[in-house]
Design a binder for this molecule. Structure first.
Ligand code: GLA
Length: 387
């Protein structure tokens, strides 16, 4: 199937069936801590993965995507993975997650359309998984709560070979328009935190790809194990227990009990970042733009120097953003390439944007302003979007 026929199918299914929209997410602060059960502060973007579908009478699932071709298989409760790296795995992951909980049901003919840049740290793959899962539920007349979906979807992604924390799925599902979400785990909650009207965010692509597979997966997991290792060595069973009302100095003193190296640095990042998330919520609630910006800058410094998940391009981009008049900027998502998020006052947006285009991006033949400099308006999650 050509790109055009996938687009054509989308229009056809849209006219005769239904459409599910799952947004990308940008994490404002709280990086590499969700998998330690700590609260994070993402928001949903206006850009989204949209899937138009028609319910079938048999068990076949057939999905086409512009530029990525068609995939088709029979839906059974237990599915084998497709070839490693093939996007069919996201379709299979969605079917498997739903099938294991509710049983395999009626299949769908579906077409995917997206205005989310892939491999940019904006969760396009989780958005695809969420959208497909919601299509399969609707096709079978099933309703699932936020909690039920959070139970099955992050684990479903393990099927694809990656297993992050729950931040992406929570933000994609439960965000409210105009708000960031304070996502907490155990118990799960997503508290909407309104963003002041004169604040705005730009997602900036570093022009380095952040493929969520292979080498990056190993780097990601290494951070996760280092953080967990530090915790065990200090005798805590969770980061919540380690943090338990301790001030920064006490946590630094605790870290000194660890040998210098990745475990100690990870402990310092994770505990510092958890405190910055709470401070960022307070700054948002008080409309303290300077304070909020400083927290973003501190978060980036910690990801760069302690967790070491940045890269030279992201560091230069973050610096260029603050030099252009952003009040704060940081890498967003897993890191190792992908995007940064810059925060500025609405009144400064045009100036910041212009100066980045004329500075950081100047002379880059691979730069496309529409795709790489993305103003973000906090949009609704898939559970609250008008489909
Ligand atoms: C990836 C994961 C998330 C989170 C971030 C880092 O995006 O999918 O769960 O761990 O990395 O904060």
């Amino acid at each position: 199937m050509t790109t055009d026929s996938a687009a054509q199918s989308f229009l056809e299914y849209q006219a005769t069936g239904q459409v599910v929209s799952a947004p990308g997410r940008v994490n404002l602060i709280g990086e590499h801590i969700d998998y330690h059960g700590l609260a994070v502060l993402p928001m949903a973007m206006g850009q989204a993965v949209r899937v138009a579908f028609r319910t079938r009478s048999d068990r076949q699932i057939r999905v086409s995507s512009s530029g990525f071709g068609v995939r088709e298989f029979a839906w059974t409760r237990e599915l084998a993975p497709a070839a490693s790296g093939d996007w069919e795995n996201y379709v299979r992951a969605a079917a498997q997650a739903i099938g294991r909980k509710w049983g395999a049901g009626r299949g769908i003919d579906a077409a995917v359309a997206s205005d989310l840049p892939p491999a940019a740290g904006l969760s396009s793959s989780s958005a695809l998984l969420v959208a497909l899962a919601l299509c399969l539920l609707r096709a079978n007349g099933l309703e699932a709560s936020f909690e039920e979906l959070m139970d099955i979807l992050p684990d479903g992604e393990q099927f694809v070979g990656t297993r992050g924390g729950g931040m992406d799925h929570a933000a994609i599902l439960a965000s409210r328009p105009g708000c960031a979400s304070l996502v907490a785990f155990d118990p799960l909650s997503a508290r909407p935190i309104p963003i002041p009207h004169d604040w705005t965010f730009l997602v900036l692509h570093s022009l380095e790809m952040a493929e969520k597979s292979g080498a990056l997966r190993n780097e990601y997991n290494a951070r996760r194990w280092a953080g967990t290792g530090a915790l065990q060595r200090l005798g805590f069973h969770s980061y919540r227990q380690a943090l338990d009302g301790r001030a920064e100095e006490e946590l630094s003193a605790l870290a000194q009990q660890l040998d210098p190296g990745m475990e100690r640095d990870s402990f310092l990042h994770v505990t510092g970042e958890a405190q910055r998330v709470l401070a960022a919520v307070a700054a948002l609630e008080q409309a303290n733009a300077t304070g909020f910006g400083q927290l973003l800058n501190q978060s980036h410094a910690s990801l760069r120097d302690k967790l070491r998940v940045s890269c030279p391009a992201l560091d230069r981009l973050v610096e260029a953003a603050t030099e252009s008049g952003a009040l704060g900027a940081r890498l967003t998502g897993a890191g190792f390439g992908g995007c940064a998020v810059a925060f500025c006052m609405q009144a400064d947006l045009a100036k910041v944007r212009r100066s980045l285009v004329d500075g950081y991006y100047a002379g880059r033949t691979d730069f496309d302003e529409n795709r790489h400099v993305i103003p973000v308006t906090p949009g609704p999650g898939a559970l609250f979007a008008r489909q």
